[in-house]
Design a protein around this ligand. Structure first.
Ligand code: DGL
Length: 283
């Protein structure tokens, strides 16, 4: 069983793309709706919440968990992989893995896998804009990972601290659009009106309102699709690690939440694009 974790609904955008590309698997989606948003919390809190979530998902039978959340990936993935996972995997014949969703985007931009090639593939001095949560911005994960592979690229970040809460609580498009316009304006003030070449929506929730970002950004600036890039990378990973890729006769997805299952199912169905039913996560 392949697990996808997010603080709330954002990871559904990743799940949708993954399920389309990889049918005939068993997936578990876990949204920590009782605790969302993560992005304005302390980094240590996010680490503990992410660890708890992944532990639950391992206990539910996942061997591979994808943090379908930029905030968890940016703040906690490396620490989980280096400090916690070796303890979990010790004495356990079935090895578990945790993957994030940041590197597939960075690799797509720089077109260079660090292990193979540290050369500067990007030829022009590109300006890349990242819209993300407060803690993803503070982690500097996007600028750091991009500069490791393409040091001539400039990355400008814009935190959007109010968006996740509003998306989770079903705010109107009008309200969301005026906030998105505000964050775009602040970013362009910081670039002194220089337009970015590429935009990254570095929060999976923002994919749910990618149309609003596309309208608010001038000149049809390209917005990278994190769901598609993560899916592409996961397909490649499973080809190299068939031990995590158990085919079944049908596609099945189990949805778990720490929040109210009725409300979560209602909103989740809208965001996922088809009817889904969340069950309460057993503690
Ligand atoms: N979907 C999460 C992300 O990608 C949202 C974080 C939050 O809960 O603030 O960053």
């Amino acid at each position: 069983m392949i697990g996808l974790f997010d603080s709330g609904f954002g990871g559904l955008t990743i799940l949708r793309a993954v399920v389309n590309a990889l049918p005939h698997r068993h997936f578990l989606y876990f949204g920590d709706h009782a605790t969302v948003p993560y992005g304005n919390r302390e980094r240590e809190d996010i680490y503990q919440l992410t660890l708890n979530a992944v532990e639950h998902m391992f206990n539910y039978g996942c061997c591979l968990v994808i943090l379908a959340c930029n905030t968890s990936t940016a703040t906690s993935l490396r620490r989980l992989q280096q400090e916690w996972l070796p303890l979990i995997n010790n004495n356990n014949h079935q090895q578990r893995r945790i993957l994030g969703i940041l590197v597939p985007i960075v690799e797509a931009i720089t077109d260079a896998k660090l292990t193979f090639n540290n050369s500067k593939i990007l030829k022009t001095k590109q300006l890349i804009a990242v819209f993300a949560t407060k803690q993803t911005v503070l982690s500097n994960a996007y600028p750091l990972e991009i500069s490791k592979r393409a040091s001539e690229v400039t990355v400008i970040q814009q935190a959007c601290p109010q968006l996740v809460d509003l998306i989770e609580t079903g705010a109107t498009k009008k309200k969301l659009f005026s906030l998105v316009c505000h964050y775009v304006d602040v970013l362009l003030e910081n670039t002194k009106k220089k337009l970015p070449d590429i935009v990254i929506l570095g929060c999976t929730h923002y994919n749910l309102i990618a149309d609003l970002f596309a309208t608010a950004l001038p000149n049809n600036i390209e917005i990278l699709s994190q769901p598609n890039l993560v899916t592409h990378s996961l397909v490649d990973y499973l080809r190299r690690h068939p031990e995590f890729d158990k085919l079944t006769t049908t596609t099945s997805i189990q949805f778990l939440t720490t929040g109210d299952p009725n409300r979560t199912s209602l909103f989740g169905s809208i965001f996922f694009g088809s009817s889904i039913t969340f069950e309460k996560m057993k503690q």
